[in-house]
Ligand binder design. Structure first.
Ligand code: CTP
Ligand code: MG
Length: 177
């Protein structure tokens, strides 16, 4: 069993990827909904809040973070889940970023099927969608035990509302969830 700090370090790029869309939400580039406004059985496929901008900047943010982790390698206590000098940095960044953003997009698909409007909360899936996606896709690069996967999902799932609240109070997020 790897220690919690080791798991946190590994999934940090996914966490940043998940925040990136909010940080660049006002940028006037790639501001197009992924579903192009199309509907499925009368309801939005994903809704207007899932944009190409969020997806592209999220995956890019994860790649940059993994690159940064390579520069930090070996981090002070030396224990990491991967050797950042031998792993394919772009591939790992892509998997963590696409996992995070893809999980979020898939969750929105199910929210719309359940008729939950864009931006309304859906606990606990709003909290864990990204870490679940990142945990699954990262299995192409690392092997984590079920216990480690659950630890990561629960830890980041609980951390998510705290980060969101901070974002809300410093004016980055329009709502508290
Ligand atoms: N965002 C984006 N593109 C994405 C994901 C997120 O542009 N692929 C931006 C949108 O501005 C969105 C904000 O990040 O409003 C917050 O994202 P999130 O909480 O995941 O979306 P919700 O507003 O909750 O929408 P949904 O109900 O579909 O989950
Ligand atoms: Mg949300």
């Amino acid at each position: 069993m790897n220690e919690l700090p080791t798991l946190i370090w590994f999934f940090l790029p996914a966490g940043i990827a998940n925040m990136a869309p909010v940080l660049v939400a006002r940028l006037p580039v790639l501001n197009r909904p992924i579903d192009a406004g199309r509907k499925f059985r009368g309801r939005a496929i994903l809704g207007p809040h899932k944009t190409w901008r969020g997806l592209v900047f999220g995956v890019a943010a994860a790649c940059i973070l993994v690159y940064f982790q390579m520069l930090c390698y070996p981090r002070p206590n030396g224990q990491t889940l991967v050797n950042y000098e031998s792993v394919n940095i772009l591939w790992l960044g892509f998997l963590l970023g696409l996992g995070a953003l893809g999980g979020d997009i898939l969750k929105s698909f199910f929210k719309r099927r359940l008729n939950i409007p864009s931006g309304r909360p859906w606990v606990p899936f709003d909290q864990i969608d990204w870490i679940l996606g990142a945990a699954i896709l990262s299995q192409f690069v690392v092997r984590l035990s079920l216990g480690e996967l659950l630890t990561a999902v629960i830890f980041f799932g609980l951390l998510h509302p705290i980060v969101n609240l901070v974002g809300y109070f410093i004016g980055l997020k329009p709502n508290k969830f």
